[in-house]
Design a protein around this ligand. Structure first.
Ligand code: FAD
Length: 451
């Protein structure tokens, strides 16, 4: 008997996604615009006694501070893995935005501090018990600098991801709490009036979103899967198949990823991996993991029967999430094949009419781990062309350059949608080569294996 289709889902249709994005952006602009009017409509005593340039500086400082406050609230939401935002933008892009928004916040915080202090002069620095809300603000800026420095210099400083994450998250929540205290107590603008109630609503809203997300994750993690297969696919790639409870709804579309948490203690730290299986496989999820560090290096020590928490799915890297009807060009480097494999496995059951080309770059033939399956997929998808490029083979090795891409994509329309996944430098080069060959930038989608 055919099992109930519990493992499939549909991405939001591109047109609808654009419309929803416009609604989110409009809401954001309205929030920022409204906040910026506060220093005009709700003047504080500090503004009443300032004139000329001093008044302008102080008012501008307050406006910059308010912009920073709204963006800091947004910052918390961006990192909270909110499902609807993931479906609109993709978690990887939300986290990139989170990263650069952090840098911008540091800039805004510094400008705010300078502009509000300048009119007072250095003799009147707000230091002392009376000025505790101002001092909370200064301490918050100090902590924020630490957070941003940690995020951008982590690898340079040799800080392990797990340790960095353990510090980054609580520090981030602390900064948010300090922001709420600073805003609500630093001036009378946020007394029992519209801005005050608005601020409570904004901070409360962020707390509700984060708490809601935590509760959902807790609920999901209580419904765990079990490792049913661990297989050596190549020298450094391991396949892990996870069976989820039959009753559990885990809808995903091909190309999405999930956070896997296995074991306890330090080992239980969730790591992101693409779901390499197809959503049409209703019984289990497959992951292909390359040994590249602490956690991935221990994958082969996991045991069949071990319990796995799967948090997801996330991401928008899928041909199903994009407008259809053009040819599809898939370019992978090494383990970057996983999302593309999921798409191909899905296509073998749900045929596409367009021409599909897969170019898979590997160092040498010894790294190949899907030989038979790719051959089968070619039989099942008649319009699929598969090419392997061995970049470091003893004989016939060749980098994936523009000439190579041109020769392998002769049957592919220049309006093709391109899905790229592999090491950063390889993706940048391939993207530049594709653009030079006449492919269209807006049709090129890529997935980085780092968040
Ligand atoms: C969307 C996405 C899909 C991925 N799919 C696959 C896949 O299908 N197969 C595969 O082999 N790899 C995949 N990865 C990469 C994989 O997540 C990392 O290689 C793995 O987390 C490294 O952990 P480590 O402790 O072994 O290595 P480390 O040496 O500790 O870390 C190497 C780098 O991996 C990243 N990283 C480490 N831990 C985490 C974490 N808990 N959360 C987020 N990032 C972390 C950091 O950027 C770090 O600098 C994917 C990554 C992303 C973002």
């Amino acid at each position: 008997m055919q099992s109930r289709q519990i493992y499939t889902s549909e991405p939001i249709e591109p047109g609808r996604r654009k419309m929803l994005m416009c609604v989110v952006l409009l809401g954001m602009f309205t929030l920022v615009g409204t906040s910026l009017t506060i220093p005009f409509y709700y003047e504080t005593q500090s503004l009443w006694y300032k004139f000329g340039a001093d008044k302008t500086l102080l008012r501008s400082g307050k406006m910059v501070g308010l912009l920073g406050a709204v963006l800091l609230c947004t910052q918390v939401v961006l990192a909270a893995r909110v499902r609807i935002l993931d479906r609109l933008v993709g978690l990887d892009r939300l986290l990139t935005l989170h990263r650069y928004n952090g840098l911008f916040l540091l800039l805004l915080g510094s400008v705010h501090l300078t502009l509000v202090l300048l009119p007072e002069g250095l003799d009147n620095l707000p230091i002392g018990k009376k000025y505790w809300p101002e001092m909370v603000g200064a301490a918050m800026l100090f902590l924020l600098s630490g957070l941003v420095a940690g995020a951008f210099a982590r690898q340079l400083l040799g800080i392990k991801y797990t340790i960095w994450r353990k510090l980054h998250r609580p520090m981030g929540y602390l900064v948010f709490a300090m922001l709420a205290v600073h805003v609500l107590f630093v001036s009378e603008s946020f007394a029992r009036n519209a801005p005050g109630y608005g601020a409570y609503l904004l901070f409360g809203g962020v707390v509700v979103i984060v708490a809601g997300r935590k509760i959902t994750t807790f609920w999901q993690n209580r419904r765990k899967g079990e490792i049913v297969v661990i297989e050596k696919l190549s020298e450094n790639v391991t396949g892990i198949t996870v069976k989820l409870p039959e009753t559990r709804t885990f809808g995903y579309f091909p190309g999405q990823f999930a956070y896997l948490s296995i074991g306890s203690g330090h080992q239980a730290e969730p790591h992101p991996f693409t779901i390499a299986s197809s959503p049409t496989d209703h019984t289990s999820l497959q992951f292909m993991i390359k040994s590249s560090g602490d956690w991935t290096g221990k994958v082969r020590s996991f045991r069949v029967g071990e319990i796995v928490s799967v948090d997801g799915p996330y991401g928008l890297f899928s041909y199903l999430a994009r407008t259809r009807s053009q040819d599809i060009l898939l370019i992978a480097g090494g383990i970057g094949i996983t999302p593309l494999l999921s798409m191909l496995r899905f296509m073998s059951v749900n045929p596409v009419r367009e021409h599909v080309t897969l170019i898979w770059c590997l160092s040498h033939s010894g790294d190949m781990f899907l030989g038979d399956e790719l051959e089968n997929l070619q039989k099942m998808i008649p319009n699929l062309a598969v090419h392997h490029v061995y970049t470091r083979a003893k004989h016939g090795s060749r980098r994936l350059d523009m000439d190579k891409i041109a020769s392998l994509t002769s049957g592919c329309g220049r309006d093709a949608r391109i899905f790229l996944c592999g090491p950063g430098p390889m993706m940048v080069r391939a993207m530049e080569d594709c653009l030079a060959l006449g492919f269209v930038r807006k049709n090129i989608h890529y997935e980085r294996f780092s968040l």
